[in-house]
Ligand binder design. Structure first.
Ligand SMILES: Cc1ncc(COP(=O)(O)O)c(C=O)c1O
Length: 480
């Protein structure tokens, strides 16, 4: 790093993390081009210091309110084992959405009492695994599922040969009809969504949950309003609703719940660099450019709950209630990026469009296709140069939808991406803020081996945290 100088500071830079040095993108002082030389393209790059500082921001938010708070990292956002290890070492807990994620969390060393299991459709064997492990809470998604958990407890008890086993701890997931300004596919507290138990069923659900205390202990109440929620109001409204249910349940049944789980959804600012933001529709801009501090979410949730507790004379109940959050995106999204190479180019004589064809398609960036999610694109090779020339950019897959713009012409992504002049094959580009819901969603379409991933440590060293697939990996599960 002898002659390294920070040449310019584009808006996407983050001091001591994402910088321009010697004209190249650097990630915690690791040169993006060196990473590609060593690990090939495309490549996921994660920053351990950034993951840790994102978690620290959450912890500081918890410290700023006078109330017990616990964070359960939503591992669906990215459950690479090295990412999970970093989260584990940072001292927070974990939320899982499948038997596979439960397996990974336990393998990392999360204690069972650090684990929450969510999901609409848990299989009998997944429930058995959760019950057997004795996790902190299974979030139950319907009244029917309460019976499924009871059955799992009976099965596991019989298996162990000492009935009854410890009662399974369950939390009821509610869906009280709270909208947000996020994508419809990312809103999860609407009655039209597939999730949860509605407000009119809550008391019945609790009565059902309290029927067999030998099998089940109802320990909390849960809501997740959705992902990338740009405003504080839905969180506050959700918390007020959960709190009022908690009080009503206590009055009705005498049962005291231990926690309110407010879910995930703290947004990430995907528009730190706003140079193409004016090409997005206003509502997308507001959603993607959200900059909502977790401390504000917690303060506002507690404010409404305290107000309501005072009015109801239920302050003692609030004191006893731990608040849980399940942040995913806000921990890992801006701690990761994708490096991709331009492999091909063309200029159409009819339209004069210059096309850059990369090796990163929706096989590794699914949400760029299904939600038309905006990831700011820069040249990693010439990160300090003006990004003013417009290109059509597309991935390597065999269908027309594999493009970095909105093929459906609804304008949800810019039609052209701005990069330095004269980009040619061989240039390395970077899709920023792409650490969440990308590596976790990639797939083998078109027989494309999945990319490698590296983690950059505090001292700038890169460690391989996922080896690149080989062709053998493509056929390993096929039987012929
Ligand atoms: C139940 C639940 N909790 C937490 C999360 C994480 O949300 P986010 O990554 O927006 O924080 C999700 C994701 O949608 C979820 O479904």
């Amino acid at each position: 790093m002898s002659s390294t100088t920070v040449s310019t500071t584009p808006a996407w830079t983050i001091s001591d993390y994402l910088e321009v040095r010697d004209g190249h993108l650097n990630i915690n002082a690791a040169d993006a081009l060196d990473l590609i030389t060593k690990y090939d393209s495309p490549l996921f790059v994660f920053s351990e210091p950034r993951i840790r500082s994102n978690i620290q921001r959450l912890k500081s938010a918890a410290d700023s309110v006078d109330h017990p708070i616990r964070f359960f990292y939503a591992s669906k956002a990215n459950s690479n084992m090295a990412v999970l290890k970093t989260v584990f070492d940072s001292g927070i807990d974990v939320e899982v959405n499948s038997g596979g994620e439960l397996f990974k969390a336990l393998r990392i060393g999360f204690r069972p009492d650090q684990i929450i299991f969510n999901g609409t459709s848990k299989s009998a064997s997944e429930l058995d695994e959760a019950v057997r492990a004795g996790i902190y809470a299974i979030n139950v998604d319907s009244i029917y599922e309460i019976g499924l958990v009871e059955e799992a407890v009976k099965r596991v008890s019989a298996e162990d040969g000492h009935a009854p086993a410890k009662p399974a701890r369950i939390t009821l997931r509610l869906v009280p009809e709270i909208g947000t300004r996020s994508h419809l596919g990312l809103q999860t507290a609407l009655l039209t969504s597939k999730f949860g138990i509605s407000s009119s069923e809550v008391l019945e659900a609790f009565r059902r949950g309290l029927q067999n205390p030998d099998l089940i202990h109802v320990c909390g109440i849960h809501i997740h309003v959705g992902s990338q929620t740009p405003d504080v109001e839905p969180f506050a409204e959700a918390f007020r609703s959960m709190w009022e249910h908690l009080v009503a349940i206590h009055r009705e049944t005498g049962h005291t719940l231990e926690h309110i789980n407010l879910g995930g959804g703290i947004p990430v600012n995907y528009l730190r660099d706003r140079s193409q933001a004016d090409q997005l529709p206003q509502h997308e801009r507001d959603m993607l450019g959200a900059d909502l501090e977790p401390s504000v979410v917690l303060a506002e949730a507690l404010r409404v709950a305290r107000e309501s507790a005072r009015a109801a004379g239920a302050e003692h109940l609030l004191e006893q209630t731990t608040i849980l959050l399940e942040p995913g995106r806000s921990i890992i999204a801006d701690a990761g990026l994708v490096l991709t190479s331009v492999l091909n180019m063309k200029q159409r004589p009819e339209t004069l469009d210059v096309w850059l064809l990369t090796d990163a398609g929706y096989n590794i960036m699914l949400s760029m296709n299904n939600y038309k999610w905006y990831y700011h694109l820069i040249s990693a090779s010439r990160a300090g140069e003006p990004h003013e020339q417009e290109y059509k950019v597309a991935g390597p897959l065999c269908d027309s939808g594999d493009v970095y713009f909105d093929i459906e012409r609804e304008g949800r992504l810019p039609d052209y991406r701005r990069l330095p002049a004269n980009v040619k094959p061989g240039e390395i580009l970077a899709l920023l803020n792409s650490g969440a819901y990308s590596l976790a969603q990639m797939f083998h379409y078109n027989g494309r081996p999945l990319p490698a991933a590296v983690m950059i440590r505090k001292d700038g060293t890169a460690e391989l945290i996922r080896r690149r697939d080989t062709y053998e990996d493509l056929v390993t599960n096929d039987i012929w």
